[in-house]
Design a protein around this ligand. Structure first.
Ligand SMILES: [Zn+2]
Ligand SMILES: [Zn+2]
Length: 173
């Protein structure tokens, strides 16, 4: 007897006496409760995971690029608000630029609540500069500036003063 025939027989048996079939079902469930429950759970999780993964794969590229583009734009805008060029040497290539704490008090910012530190202080700068409040803008401009990576690094090595300002004569090339 193949499976099809077997199923047909089962169906007929069920139709012949539905009440007895129900009792049989219940008994089987009670006997095998753990196994059946586990099987259902496993199936549910597997299916869920597969579905979620498929959905994520489908939209991954879209979201990733969208987020990257948005973030880059957001950072570039904020940089522009703060001057957009290196405050020390005038470098204007955007990829070289970064935000700098004028008084080297970046480590005190770390305790800011919520979000990553870099984003939270960029948010702070951005909000202040766009608020139109002169006092706030002046405060932020006093606390933050744009530096290129070279000047930023040099400033940290030179205890707060970039080599451009430490030496009266630039390094010979
Ligand atoms: Zn510079
Ligand atoms: Zn410099």
């Amino acid at each position: 007897m193949n499976l099809k025939q077997k199923n047909k027989q089962r169906r007929l048996r069920r139709l012949a006496d539905p009440e007895a079939a129900k009792v049989r079902d219940r008994l089987r469930y009670q006997r095998d409760r753990e196994r059946i429950k586990n099987r259902q759970k496993r199936y549910y999780h597997l299916r869920n995971r597969k579905m979620r993964k498929a959905q994520y794969e489908k939209q991954k590229e879209f979201w990733c690029t969208r987020q990257k583009v948005y973030y880059a734009k957001w950072i570039a805008e904020t940089r522009k608000l703060l001057g957009g060029v290196c405050a020390c040497c005038g470098e204007f290539e955007q990829e070289f630029l970064c935000f700098d704490h004028v008084n080297n008090d970046g480590r005190f910012e770390k305790k800011n609540k919520g979000g990553s530190r870099s984003r939270s202080f960029v948010t702070k700068i951005r909000r202040a500069l766009r608020s139109g409040d002169r006092k706030r803008i002046a405060e932020i401009k006093k606390a933050f500036q744009i530096l290129c990576q070279n000047c930023n690094y040099s400033k940290h090595r030179g205890k707060g003063i970039c080599v451009h300002k430490r030496r009266t004569h630039p390094t010979r090339r």
